[in-house]
Design a protein. Structure first.
Length: 171
């Protein structure tokens, strides 16, 4: 795994024992996203998914009675190969808001996910970088790399479990 570099990019790769069509479709199906997307320590739910370029994924995260929201805006979709979207914290109406933490995070991060497959093993190579961030926000983005890696790793483990169950059910 690579680290956040001087261009403020976070690059994470993860392999799944599933065909890339199945892995990609887990991003395109609201029921699937409800099963695996979001911080694992929270209860996450899909409010809206409009899976098309220009569309939105709006979701709620709940933890100890506190609610927060997030959203994707889809920028590029090349079925089974590429998915690009901006992601940020949002309000209940899907408007971008500041992160509910005491640190100055970028309002949005552009994620690019490239899906490749070899022998029915899919690799996602995810690149994330701040969108229109100031110096402090970029510095904060670099400083939380370890936490971001942990969070994505845990979430991808939930996705692996979901895909495993899905494949077992279909066999």
């Amino acid at each position: 795994m690579k680290n956040v570099n001087q261009t403020n990019e976070l690059i994470i790769t993860h392999q799944f024992n599933a065909p890339k069509k199945l892995v990609f479709n887990a991003f395109a199906d609201p029921q699937a996203l409800g099963e695996w997307w979001g911080p694992v320590e929270r209860k996450n739910s899909v409010i809206k998914l409009d899976f098309r370029v220009g569309g939105i994924f709006h979701y709620r995260m709940e933890d100890n009675g506190k609610k927060s929201y997030g959203r994707f805006l889809f920028k590029k979709i090349q079925p089974h190969d590429l998915l690009e979207f901006t992601n940020g914290f949002a309000d209940e109406n899907a408007n971008i808001v500041r992160a509910p933490f005491d640190i100055e995070l970028p309002s949005e991060i552009l994620y690019s996910l490239v899906f490749t497959e070899k022998n029915k093993v899919t690799t996602i190579t995810m690149t994330g970088r701040p969108v229109e961030a100031n110096n402090k926000e970029e510095e904060t983005f670099r400083s939380i790399e370890g936490s971001m890696r942990q969070g994505f790793s845990a979430m991808y483990q939930v996705l692996e479990d979901y895909l495993r169950k899905l494949q077992s059910k279909n066999n």
